[in-house]
Structures are given as C-alpha cells and as structure tokens.
Design a protein around this ligand. Structure first.
Ligand code: SF4
Ligand code: SF4
Length: 331
C-alpha cells in the first residue's frame, strides 16, 4: 500500500525509473497529481517493473499508488482481454491428489511447459501446480492489481490445504505473493514459503562434498518480482559461491537491475528489442560467459538476444545441477 505520509517528494521513484525520461521538476509535478488521485503521464509510461518500490528511500511504495491509479485512469489491456484472462485462471473444482508431506514444492503454472527445468534429484519432492496454484501476479502487470488482490486468498488457502509446513516456490512471483503481497493484503500465510534459491542453497550445503566448482563468470538477470523481496537476495549470492560461479559486477544488476521488458511487449508500450539488447550487451561487456535467470519469462524474452551474442542462458536451478554433475556445463 502507498504510504503517502512517508513520501517527501524527493522524486527518485520517477527520476530513477528506467522506463521514462523524467527530470526532477516534472517528477514532482506528476507525483503531486498522483497524490491527489489524478492522472499523470507516468501511469501510461510505467511498465509495472515494481523497481520504484525498492528504490524509494522512504519505503513509501510508490508503485502501489501507480497501480491503483493505472486501474482508475488507464486501460493498459482492453477490459475483454482482462476478463478472458481472469476466466482462464479461475479454478472452481476440487483439489485432488494433495501430497502428504511436511515440505512440498509449488510449480505455479510452469509444471508442464517448463518440465525440463524441474527434474533430477533436486526436485525429488512432492509437488503441486497448475491452475489451482496460480499466484495471480500477472494481473498487476496488466494494470489491474485488484484482480491480483481478489484472488490472493484462494492461492494461499489452496496451498494451506496441502497441510505442508514448508512450501518451496519454483517461481519468484509465488514467493513474492506469499512473503510480501498476501500479508500486505491482510492474508495470513500459515506455512513457511521457501524461495527456490534458499532451497537449492540448502541442498548444496548438505551435499558440499559432491560439488565440483564450475569456475566461470555469469551475469544474473534479476526478475521484477524480486523487487518485492530483496531480503532473500543473499541466497542467490550464496548459491553462486557454493557452485564456484562468479557473479560479474555490471550496470544492470541488484537494485539497478533491468526488467526483461517482457511486460513492455505485453502492454504494447513500444519496441522492447533495444532494451533486451542493452541488457545482454551489458552482461557480455562485463565479462560474463553466460546469463543466469530465475524467472522463465526473462528467458523467453532475453534468450534470443543472448543467443545472438553467444551467451548461454542458464536456469539458476541448472547451475546447482551442473555443480553436482547431473547435467553438462555449456561454457
Ligand atoms: S515515493 Fe519515495 S521515491 Fe517517490 S517521491 Fe516519494 S519519497 Fe521519493
Ligand atoms: S514500477 Fe517500474 S516502470 Fe513503473 S514507475 Fe516504478 S520503476 Fe518505473
């Protein structure tokens, strides 16, 4: 929720936004309009990367105000498309084949399409996934955060019905929903959400004697949902350290990460190819021999450009699998 009393109108949220070109005076004018609930051009230019929530030095959650006003003043996606997409993900049946285990994994809606990523010893734990376990974060990217909010409780309740004490989130978005957004909506989460990087790190620590250090440099593609949960970022570094992978210093990483621009494309906000190109070139010029991704959407958006520049695009889970010799190293 936007905390207006915390905002000192410093303008950072718009001036530092990587998707609009706004000076301080204009930023303050636009901010004042939005504080009054009015339209500002920022609403049409925001690609919903969530970065300003992390950037704001006052923790005022400026993106949350933008999300509220995008819904009030703009139609980023036509209403019929929003309604059709919502219908596509609504689940009204009964949950079947609930696992009986203290720790399980939820694969969101990626279980089938990303099956190649979710295999091997590391993923040998009971799983749930598919439509009933969709986390709904897609809808804030469509400019209709209220739909995300409306269905958040269903997502949490269905996971809670498994009775698991710990639920590992394959997708960063699910983790963001369980750790940040659902509690912000006043929804109790009665189990411990575990980030995939935490789970992989834990596995590697228990199997240290099996690790053969990979010894190459990578650029990390930090996904937009990670803006909601920056406190888990150390698990990514730990995972790289354990596997002998070096995370290069580059312009577009950590707080200055560049969203993959998949949403820009989805929203029809212009050509996203130059954004992808500058991201991949930044990785390449920083000495990386590969790019590592956490969110499959980042791969879908950036892998073409990475391929063009001879940079393998590797799933973070596959780094762990390579380190224990389960799959081959492509560099
Ligand atoms: S929301 Fe945060 S970053 Fe934006 S103007 Fe206010 S204090 Fe500055
Ligand atoms: S969410 Fe991203 S695109 Fe939107 S204003 Fe904030 S930083 Fe800019």
């Amino acid at each position: 929720m936007f905390e207006s009393e915390r905002c000192n109108l410093c303008g950072d949220c718009l001036v530092k936004c990587q998707w609009m070109d706004v000076g301080l005076d204009k930023a303050v004018t636009w901010k004042k309009a939005m504080h009054a609930g009015e339209y500002s051009p920022a609403l049409d230019q925001c690609i919903t990367c969530y970065a300003c929530n992390e950037i704001c030095p006052q923790d005022a959650n400026p993106y949350d105000l933008i999300a509220e006003l995008q819904e009030k003043h703009c139609s980023l996606i036509p209403e019929e498309s929003v309604a059709a997409t919502e219908k596509q993900y609504i689940f009204s049946g009964e949950l079947k084949n609930l696992p009986d285990a203290e720790t399980i994994m939820t694969t969101c809606v990626f279980g089938k399409n990303e099956a190649a990523l979710i295999q091997g010893e590391l993923y040998d734990i009971p799983r749930v996934g598919g439509k009933p376990y969709f986390c709904w974060i897609l809808f804030s990217h469509m400019g209709v955060e209220s739909i995300q909010r409306k269905h958040a409780g269903e997502f949490v309740n269905r996971l809670a019905m498994t009775g698991a004490k710990e639920i590992v989130c394959f997708h960063d978005d699910c983790y963001a929903m369980l750790v940040k957004l659902a509690p912000d909506y006043g929804i109790e989460v009665p189990f411990k959400p575990v980030h995939l990087a935490e789970y992989l790190t834990d596995f590697l620590k228990k199997n240290k004697d099996r690790i053969k250090p990979l010894n190459f440099d990578v650029a990390y593609q930090r996904p937009c949902a990670s803006r909601h949960t920056p406190e888990k970022e150390h698990f990514i570094d730990e995972l790289f350290e354990l596997t002998g992978v070096r995370r290069v210093e580059r312009k577009y990483d950590r707080e200055n990460a560049l969203c993959c621009a998949g949403v820009k494309f989805l929203l029809g906000m212009g050509d996203s190819a130059p954004d992808q190109e500058k991201n991949v070139l930044d990785a390449k010029e920083s000495g990386a021999k590969a790019m590592v991704y956490l969110c499959p959407m980042c791969r879908n958006t950036l892998s073409g450009s990475a391929l063009k520049h001879n940079l393998p695009f590797i799933f973070i889970g596959d780094i762990a699998r390579m380190a224990i010799g389960e799959i081959e190293v492509p560099v």
